[in-house]
Write a protein that binds this ligand. Sequence first.
Ligand SMILES: *[C@@H]1O[C@H](CO)[C@@H](O)[C@H](O)[C@H]1NC(C)=O
Ligand SMILES: *[C@@H]1O[C@H](CO)[C@@H](O)[C@H](O)[C@H]1NC(C)=O
Ligand SMILES: *[C@@H]1O[C@H](CO)[C@@H](O)[C@H](O)[C@H]1NC(C)=O
Ligand SMILES: *[C@@H]1O[C@H](CO)[C@@H](O)[C@H](O)[C@H]1NC(C)=O
Length: 671
Amino acid sequence: MFLKHVFMLFFLVTLVASVDNSFIYNGFQSSHLNLDGIAELTSNGLLKLTNDTERAKGYAFYPNPIVFKNTSNESVSSFSTTFVFAIRPQYPPFSGQGIVFVLSPTKGLPNSLPSQYLGLFNDSNNGNSNNHVFGVELDTRQDLQFDDINDNHVGIDINYLKSANSTPAGYYNDHGQFRELSLSNGFPIQVWIDYDGVKKKIDVTLAPMSVGASNKPTQPLLSLTKDLSSILNNRMYVGFSSSTGLLVASHYILGWSFKVNGQAQNLEISELPKLTVFAEVKKSKFLTVGLPLILLSLLFMITLGVIYYIKRKMFAEILEDWEHEYGPHRFKFKDLYFATKGFREKGLLGVGGFGRVYKGVIPSSKLEVAVKRVSHESRQGMREFVSEIVSIGRLRHRNLVHLHGYCRRKSELLLVYDYMPNGSLDNYLYNQPKVRLNWSQRYRIIKGVASGVVYLHEEWEKVVIHRDIKASNVLLDSEFNARLGDFGLSRLYDHGADPHTTHLAGTIGYLAPEHIRTGKATKFSDMFSFGAFLLEVACGRRPISNVGENESVILVDCVFECWKRGDILEAKDVNLGTNYVSEEVELVLKLGLLCSHSEPLARPGMRQVVQYLERDIPLPDLPSLSLSSSGLTFGYQEYFEDFPLSYPSSMDKTMSHTSVSISDSLLSGGR
Ligand SMILES: *[C@@H]1O[C@H](CO)[C@@H](O)[C@H](O)[C@H]1NC(C)=O
Ligand SMILES: *[C@@H]1O[C@H](CO)[C@@H](O)[C@H](O)[C@H]1NC(C)=O
Ligand SMILES: *[C@@H]1O[C@H](CO)[C@@H](O)[C@H](O)[C@H]1NC(C)=O
Ligand SMILES: *[C@@H]1O[C@H](CO)[C@@H](O)[C@H](O)[C@H]1NC(C)=O
């Protein structure tokens, strides 16, 4: 009798000592989990790891360490766990970020980051083998930084957010067919994680939660063969980590069972606490009061939902985490929509090389702006481009159009510029313009543009290559001061993803031959475009204009011919009348020729051009620069042969567009 008692006592003691090798929670009503971050237990026993707080973390750890091996040269024992979770996004279907089942050497991960870091690591320890962290992530966002495969995946993370193996969320049914499963559909999903200490293999299995017999699929979703002995310490803490980002969701755990050296005990599905939509409505008053009320509020909610959905769709924009540092430069699409009165045709200022431009007034500041909508399919290069846009936004010069900021939507970028009441310069040069500019206005415009380009090339902290200098990109403010716009835009297309298109954007007639050949824009190629611009302002003609069916006139050829004949002034715009300073016109025409030199190094620099225009230094004689027809790019035949493009065979068609952009068909002709 006594012996039996002793035996019982001994048995009990062993039980207590080994209790930490397994546990089960069918709901968390009376649990002593260690919670951290914004995690909390709800009154009905749900473990709510996060709520709708942005960029937050939530943790829950089993309070005692679990022994995974007794000595450090032993290998890790088998273990098994199963739990039920549910993810309820604030704005379905957009969820953020996910849940990780985690084994950690410490009871918590205090220095880690929320959002895409899932509360596991920070920038400095991510990927460090000293972490000794093992996790299985249920990730609802795609973070390219960590090579995530999609925005609904399961991954095995070993010391690193770049998963050792990952796969789209789902399960294999009895017939071995794969069924997709949305992690954030709001319904409970059961997960099984098993580590076989002999085969050194981890299996992860998912299935929608179902009451009754265990519905664990026989074929696991995701496996990884990896000996965890060097990863796990002898004693580890087990728990969950969850985080939210800009997109938020409530992450719930409904029940959890765990065991080392054996199969985790099955959860009592019917005993698990219920999520709100499953809350039972009291039967008695249900039909008389409840149902009509529910229907009514349902109707109300659907109406609200539809309105909300339409508004959301209409104003949807893309905002990625990395854009946060650019916050002040970012406009809300909604604000731009109202500023332009819904991008109505009446407010259309023009259709430029890269998109349509609308006039608008920002309601809060009454600022008059021009909003340019640039369509852009590829997301590649967008990050570099936006950072460039933002740095361009810091450019301040009286001859540059100020860029206030941007907004991104699906396949579209919106740029917000200062509004220029007098439109673009080309409207005053060709095709019998209503208002003609006299010579002194034109000369001032030329000097203004030159001074703007000097700033871009030499005076700002970084060299900015404009890439598309031409009259239609020169805008005029209320006093007809020139302001150069659209800088760097063509760069967006240089990053184009399609290898079949040439990564060259710009406008024929303004593109330097070496730029066409190499696709590389430089200060020199900007100088070439500037030369073409000088000639068009002085001559009132486009760089390439077509006369008759198949004939095109190359402006620089004409000017060169006139110069050779000894009368360069003959090339000037006849509309100038007699009211002009012939030395200035001559200077501009000669400078135009000089900048059109096919040899990049023979073109003057922009600062030099300003000095010529200001008459600080005299322009050298052209013959002394061995300027000859062959030195200029008059051989347009050869010019086109050099095109690295598979251009339509009918070059006439190309030529008939006075300015043709060469990249995607996105880039329409000039205004
Ligand atoms: C989220 O939970 C935290 C901690 O329980 C609480 O302080 C906060 O107000 C909650 N936020 C929301 C949006 O529910
Ligand atoms: C560690 O040793 C104890 C006592 O000998 C044993 O019960 C337990 O299973 C061992 N744990 C592991 C992970 O091997
Ligand atoms: C491994 O275990 C053996 C005996 O169990 C022990 O003698 C040896 O020192 C251990 N080695 C290490 C590296 O801990
Ligand atoms: C990152 O986390 C590690 C481990 O908790 C910590 O030692 C380190 O200070 C953290 N680094 C930063 C930059 O927060």
